[in-house]
Ligand binder design. Structure first.
Ligand code: ZN
Length: 180
């Protein structure tokens, strides 16, 4: 009678793609960190790994490019937080103080408008900039916004209309009959 339906018990779709993209991002972040930091092993065998930081950075770039390919081919959307930390031009993982600089710009008159604050992330490798508004409140999605007032008044009218337009003749006769 009761059939087992394994298809119903579905978890995260494309879980393997998510785990793969997460791994790629973490590995790229780690390698970027290591590439920037002074290598303790480098002092021991400096001759061997003289070009290590550069190759690490190259590998990190490759991983980020793989991450984007996984996202593109598997149609897995990367989170906006993740995308904000990746340079679109050169695929560097942006880390403030290491591979990127963070500054706040305010182009309003005299910087008076606090909601005009813009966070500018500049990639140290290629110099490209990302700009995020931070002072302004984010506008709601279209579906979450309240419908315009004209529409609500229209719907109210249409709700009232049936009662008033049921029989205009009758109301006029009623009015006529009441005084008399
Ligand atoms: Zn860059």
């Amino acid at each position: 009678m009761a059939k087992d339906k394994p298809a119903k018990a579905k978890g995260v779709p494309n879980k393997h793609l998510h785990s793969r993209s997460t791994f790629l991002y973490q590995a790229a972040t780690y390698l970027t960190l290591r590439a920037g930091a002074p290598d303790p092993n480098q002092a021991l065998d400096s001759a061997k790994s003289s070009g290590a930081p550069q190759s690490r950075h190259g590998l990190a770039l490759q991983l980020v490019s793989d991450l984007q390919n996984v996202s593109r081919k598997g149609q897995v959307r990367l989170s906006s937080e993740l995308k904000r930390t990746i340079c679109k031009t050169c695929n560097t993982v942006l880390m403030p103080g290491r591979t990127a600089t963070q500054t706040i710009e305010n182009e309003s008159k005299g910087g008076k408008k606090s909601w005009a604050d813009v966070l500018v992330m500049k990639c140290m490798r290629c110099g490209s900039k990302k700009r995020f508004p931070v002072g302004a409140k984010r506008q709601k999605k279209k579906s979450e916004r309240q419908p315009p007032q004209a529409q609500t008044s229209l719907s109210e009218k249409s709700a009232e209309d049936p009662t008033s337009t049921v029989s205009p003749m009758q109301t006029s006769t009623d009015q006529a009959s009441t005084p008399g």
